[in-house]
Design a binder for this molecule. Structure first.
Ligand code: ACO
Length: 320
């Protein structure tokens, strides 16, 4: 029997502390006007000391389980997409597994920067389609505030912290669910966006570095390709898409993708104004918001796309 991954529940966590552009402008030479005009960001949530990556991931996972009406005992696998785990190991996913009280199943983290959630969806879908797992928690959780150089105005204004989760479950292959995922990476342009250190490299600082202009240029072209690829693979056209749930890096990139798909702005889910760029958490946070407020309904065709450090990029197409 063949299976498809159904979306059973959504969950989110945003740190308590909200930092507006005006508050940032007291720390670095920037302005609310510059940040809003270039990025669409008005504020971001920043994690406090107790709001670790695993803490936020667990909170989002609990909500996704409650939304689906299932207990943690029903989960076969936990996948956490993150570039900012609390520790090199154990993986954030097994911390979540323990916090949820799961005694069985397995968990692992995967790192694909801002494309991480799309990558994790693809891996979860493979597990479900192959019959290796029936129910999978897919979480994007990030604390970029801990890898930002707070004296570098070209990067520190762009990011926020948070976590989003979906619960996927095996369903029949001919109905709703995840239709396809398409993943790409090109390591030869990895130096456009990177973190200059990790636990294996003690002399480095561990701060995020980015050539924003070049990333912007790649984003529009590569995301347009990923979107076309997803539609063609499913014999669908732009006119079939009900909702675009893009990675939330920059409102100008989001608007360009909406125009490319011929979608009116109200069909594009935007959270970058309130969340800033939460990397792997941004798509599940935006998706959950639109599911909860009733915009995304059963039967709708939803397109997700992301580009991030690596460079990595990809898309996911799903029928609710
Ligand atoms: N406040 C005020 N001025 C600033 C700030 C700031 N926070 N940051 C930069 N500036 C200045 C620059 O110094 C520059 O000044 P200069 O002309 O005197 O040299 C000027 O503003 C313009 O800088 P640019 O970098 O050319 O600005 P740009 O219009 O390209 O916007 C931005 C920068 C917002 C970063 C944009 O390039 C962008 O969004 N890029 C894409 C980022 C992205 O998509 N990332 C996704 C992946 S993230 C991930 O994977 C982790």
């Amino acid at each position: 029997m063949s299976f498809r991954s159904l979306f059973l529940g959504v969950g989110t966590y945003l740190p308590e502390k909200v930092v507006t552009n005006a508050m940032l402008a007291e720390q670095v030479e920037t302005s609310d006007e510059w940040i809003r005009e270039r990025t669409g960001i008005a504020q971001r949530h920043l994690a406090g000391p107790h709001e670790s990556c695993a803490f936020m991931a667990t909170a989002a996972a609990r909500q996704a389980l409650a939304d689906a009406g299932l207990g943690p005992d029903r989960v076969d696998a936990v996948l956490v997409a993150t570039a900012t785990p609390d520790q090199a190991f154990p993986a954030t996913a097994v911390r979540v597994q323990a916090a949820l009280g799961m005694s069985g199943g397995f968990g692992f983290d995967l790192a694909a920067a801002c494309s991480g959630f799309i990558y994790a969806l693809a891996m979860a879908d493979s597990l479900i389609r192959s019959g290796s797992a029936r129910t999978v928690l897919v979480i994007g959780a990030e604390v970029y505030s801990r890898i930002l150089d707070w004296s570098d105005r070209t990067t520190c204004v762009l990011f926020g912290d948070g976590a989003g989760a979906v619960l996927l479950g095996a369903g029949p292959a001919d109905g709703a669910g995840l239709l396809s995922t398409h993943l790409h990476s090109d390591g030869s342009i990895g130096d456009l966006l990177y973190v200059d250190g990790a636990v294996g490299q003690r002399e480095a600082t561990g701060f995020l570095r980015m050539n924003g202009r070049e990333i912007f240029r790649h984003a529009v072209a590569k995301l347009a390709g990923a979107v076309d690829e997803a539609l063609a693979a499913n014999h669908l056209t732009q006119a079939d898409v009900d909702w675009l749930v893009p990675h939330q890096a920059n409102k100008r990139i989001i608007d360009a993708m909406g125009r490319k798909l011929g979608l009116p702005p109200e069909r594009v889910v935007v959270t970058v104004d309130r969340h800033a760029n939460t990397s792997a958490a941004s798509i599940p946070l935006a998706f959950a918001e639109a599911v909860r407020d009733g915009r995304i309904k059963r039967g709708d065709l939803v397109l997700m796309e992301a580009l991030g450090g690596g460079l990595t990029w990809g898309s996911a197409l799903l029928r609710m």
